[in-house]
Write a protein that binds this ligand. Structure first.
Ligand code: GAR
Length: 206
């Protein structure tokens, strides 16, 4: 399966996927890395591996339709089958969500539907979990629909919130869980094991 990875930040999730591909656990090819941030670590990691990159942001365009068109063209040019959001902080245009229904996957650093939605991303999520006093948090991998952090859930795994945790320690524990989870979900989707009926996703190993 030909995958495009979208990432805005450090790109450690993308790196963990590259590592799993190199170790022979993940059977996909990475054909394009897209970022809205020219300084994203993911772009650098992609260049190191000879993977084509695209720096594109809605702010580069006067009309959103032109942005969507450029993005859709790039995805078609690279014959992308599956879009992987790995720390991507922009909304995917609705037209692309429709074209890639159940073929766009996101990872969120909490147990959705808690601590998700617009404005809740990255370290903000962990601050919100701690402020609320939740005792468990974790990772959600889900298909992307037209709403923030909302599509059908593919996989969820939990980790405890410890008494001494601060946003950084919690983020580190969740990130390690993300790195051990995302490739499993992608592998299952890529090898056709996963089916979707409404909001229910079947065929993924626990
Ligand atoms: C990860 O924790 C990911 O779950 C989160 O951003 C971080 C990116 O880290 N994504 C979101 O919050 C999306 N709602 P990375 O750049 O090191 O992979």
């Amino acid at each position: 399966m030909k995958c495009a990875v979208f990432a805005s930040g450090g790109g450690t999730n993308f790196q963990s996927l590259l590592d799993k591909k190199i170790s022979g656990d993940l059977h996909v090819s990475f054909v394009l890395v897209v970022s809205n941030n020219s300084r994203a670590g993911a772009l650098e990691r992609a260049r190191k591996h000879g993977i084509p990159t695209l720096h594109i942001s809605p702010s580069h365009f006067e009309l959103e339709a032109d942005y969507t068109k450029r993005l859709a063209t790039a995805l078609r040019e690279h014959e992308v089958d599956l879009i992987i959001l790995a720390g991507y902080m922009k909304m995917i245009p609705a037209a692309i969500v429709r074209e890639y229904r159940n073929r766009i996957i996101n990872i969120h650093p909490a147990l959705l539907p808690a601590f998700g939605g617009k404005g809740l991303y990255g370290s903000r999520v962990h601050c919100a979990v701690l402020e609320y006093g939740a005792k468990v948090t974790g990772v959600t991998v889900h298909f992307v629909d037209e709403h923030y952090d909302h599509g059908p859930v593919i996989l969820q795994r939990t980790t405890e919130v410890r008494d001494g945790d601060n946003p950084e320690t919690l983020a580190a524990r969740v990130l390690a869980l993300e790195h051990d989870s995302y490739w499993r979900a992608i592998e299952a989707v890529a090898n056709g094991a996963v089916t979707v009926e409404g909001r229910r996703v079947y065929g993924i190993a626990k």
